[in-house]
Design a protein around this ligand. Structure first.
Ligand SMILES: Cc1cc2nc3c(=O)[nH]c(=O)nc-3n(C[C@H](O)[C@H](O)[C@H](O)COP(=O)(O)OP(=O)(O)OC[C@H]3O[C@@H](n4cnc5c(N)ncnc54)[C@H](O)[C@@H]3O)c2cc1C
Length: 265
C-alpha cells in the first residue's frame, strides 16, 4: 500500500516515562527523549517501528542504518543481541517535549509487544523508526469510511482528530468490550462513530466490523475508505466494496497483523 514517509527518517531512542490503563483492553505508554524532538508530526495514522528489550537484555542495540536496509542489518544479528520490533501508531505526539503516546491493544502474553506493554515500567529504553502515513485520500473533500478493530482504533482516533471539521462520513470501531468504548472521542460533527463491542462472542477480531460494514448501505457520494486491522478485515472489506462499485484507488487497506502468525522480528 502507498505510504508517505516523513521528511526526516532516522532511528531515535527514548525511555518510557509513564503508562496508563485506558480501559480493559488498552494501555497507553508515553515515551520521552531528546531525540524525539526531531520527529515530524505527521498525524493521521503515522506509524513507527517500535524497538524494545527482549527478556534478559539490559541494553538496547538499535540498528545503525536509517534507510530500508536496516531490516536486513537487524535480522542478521543473533536474537540474543537484537531487541524485539513491532509496528505501532503514534496516538499523540508532542515534538516540543520530545514525547509520544502509543496505545497498545492488549491480547495476552502470546505476543511480546502485548506482554511488554502490560508490564513495562518507567525508565525502560525504547527505540523508534518512523514509517509514515497510509491515510492518503485522493481528494480532500471526500466522504470518509474508516474501519478497524482494536489494533487500528488508535489510528482511527488519531485520524478523526486531524480531519477537517467539515468532513462527513462514518467510522466503525470494533473493540472487545463495551468498557473499551470512548464515548467522548474527538471527531468532526459530520462523522458518525459506530462502536462495535464483540462482547462474549468468540469471533476473531475484525469479523464483526467486516460483517457490519459489508451489510451497511453506501451513501452514493464519492468515498475515501481507510480500513486496517487483522488481515481478513481489510482484504475482505476491500473485496466487498469493489464489488459494490467503489474504485480500488479510493480504498486504503492495511493488514496490521495476521491471525495465528507472529510479526517478523
Ligand atoms: C502500521 C501498523 C500500525 C499498528 N498500530 C497499532 C497500534 O497503535 N496499537 C496496537 O495495539 N496494534 C497496532 N498494530 C498491530 C500490532 O503491530 C500487532 O498486533 C502486533 O502483532 C503485536 O505484536 P505482539 O508482539 O503483541 O504479537 P506477535 O508476536 O506479532 O503475535 C503473537 C500472536 O498474537 C496474535 N496477535 C497479534 N496481534 C494481535 C491482536 N491485536 N489481537 C489478537 N491477537 C493478536 C498473532 O496472530 C500471533 O498469533 C499496528 C500494526 C501496523 C502494521
Amino acid at each position: 500500500m502507498k505510504i508517505q514517509q516523513p521528511k526526516t527518517r532516522h532511528m531515535v531512542t527514548g525511555e518510557v516515562v509513564a503508562t496508563k490503563r485506558l480501559s480493559p483492553t488498552f494501555v497507553r505508554v508515553t515515551i520521552r527523549g531528546d531525540d524525539l524532538t526531531t520527529l515530524d508530526d505527521m498525524g493521521f495514522d503515522y506509524s513507527v517501528r517500535l524497538f524494545f528489550l527482549r527478556e534478559g537484555q539490559t541494553a538496547l542495540e538499535m540498528p545503525t542504518m536509517s534507510n530500508n536496509v536496516w531490516i536486513a542489518q537487524f535480522l542478521l544479528k543473533p536474537k540474543s543481541r537484537r531487541p524485539w520490533v513491532r509496528n505501532y501508531t503514534i496516538r499523540s505526539i508532542r515534538p516540543d517535549l520530545g514525547e509520544v503516546d502509543i496505545d497498545f491493544a492488549l491480547h495476552g502474553d502470546a505476543g511480546p509487544a502485548s506482554a511488554w506493554a502490560a508490564a513495562v515500567q518507567p525508565g525502560e529504553p525504547v527505540g523508534l523508526f518512523p514509517e509514515g502515513i497510509y491515510y492518503l485520500p485522493p481528494a480532500p473533500d471526500r466522504r470518509v469510511l474508516l474501519v478497524g478493530e482494536e489494533s487500528a482504533v488508535p489510528a482511527i482516533l488519531s485520524i478523526l482528530e486531524r480531519l477537517d471539521p467539515a468532513t462527513v462520513g462514518d467510522a466503525y470501531l470494533e473493540v472487545p468490550l463495551a468498557d473499551d468504548i470512548i464515548a467522548d472521542a474527538d471527531h468532526p460533527a459530520g462523522v458518525t462513530l459506530h462502536w462495535l463491542a464483540r462482547g462474549e462472542s468468540a469471533a476473531h477480531p475484525g469479523a464483526l466490523a467486516l460483517e457490519t460494514v459489508s451489510g451497511a448501505e453506501l451513501s452514493g457520494d464519492p468515498l475515501y475508505v481507510w480500513v486496517a486491522g487483522e488481515q481478513a478485515l481489510p482484504t475482505g472489506l476491500r473485496r466487498d466494496l469493489v464489488t459494490r462499485g467503489v474504485p480500488k484507488g479510493d480504498i486504503t487497506f492495511v493488514g496490521y497483523w495476521k491471525h495465528g502468525r507472529a510479526s517478523v522480528g
